[in-house]
Design a binder for this molecule. Structure first.
Ligand SMILES: Cc1cc2nc3c(=O)[nH]c(=O)nc-3n(C[C@H](O)[C@H](O)[C@H](O)COP(=O)(O)OP(=O)(O)OC[C@H]3O[C@@H](n4cnc5c(N)ncnc54)[C@H](O)[C@@H]3O)c2cc1C
Length: 154
């Protein structure tokens, strides 16, 4: 991944990504299956490899090799993510975040989960039977068709 020289873009990307990253952890199951644990572990390593700021990706992979992802529960994953974010904060000379405040910052939105399955109108995308994803969200532009790639292994 190339170096990201624009500091403003780097910081904006970082803020948005951390919000997403911590929200992923806040919504991870409290008692995950082995498959879910493996999915989160793989995701974190791929996230690090593909992070679109080369020097950040390199630093973050070093943090991962020192502090491997903890995926045994939502609590473990959230706490680990807060810890590694603090490692990045320390490296950049930023103040340490109090991880006991995590719940206030990253609302998992779980209170609406019982509503799942109801009121799905206007969702962004649906699957057609031809193996394509057809965007159906309400917007002014033309419908977008995205061809599904061949399934690959490895
Ligand atoms: C994986 C990754 C690696 C990065 N590596 C680099 C790098 O090598 N060099 C570089 O210059 N920039 C890097 N960044 C960007 C950097 O971490 C910041 O996002 C950026 O500098 C903007 O900082 P900020 O002060 O606005 O707060 P951010 O660090 O972006 O945090 C956003 C908000 O999250 C909350 N927060 C802070 N700490 C924690 C925590 N420990 N747990 C939970 N919430 C917290 C606070 O409310 C904060 O305002 C990286 C970003 C990511 C996602």
């Amino acid at each position: 991944m190339p170096k990201l020289g624009n500091e403003t873009v780097k910081a904006e990307l970082g803020r948005a990504t951390w919000k997403y990253f911590h929200t992923v952890m806040a919504r991870f199951p409290e008692t995950p299956t082995e498959d879910q644990k493996e999915a989160l572990r793989s995701y974190i390593y791929l996230f690090a490899r593909l992070y679109p700021c080369g020097e950040c990706a390199e630093h973050f992979m070093q943090h991962l090799s020192k502090y491997p992802p903890q995926v045994s529960s939502r609590n473990a994953a959230s706490g680990w993510a807060c810890f590694v974010h603090n490692e990045v904060n320390a490296m950049l000379g930023k103040p340490e975040f109090d991880c006991t405040n995590l719940g206030e910052f990253y609302d998992c939105g779980c209170s609406g989960d019982e509503e799942e399955g109801k009121g799905k109108e206007g969702t962004a995308a649906s699957r057609s039977d031809a193996g394509k994803v057809v965007a159906t969200g309400q917007h002014d532009g033309p419908a977008v068709e995205i061809s599904k790639e061949e399934t690959t292994r490895g």
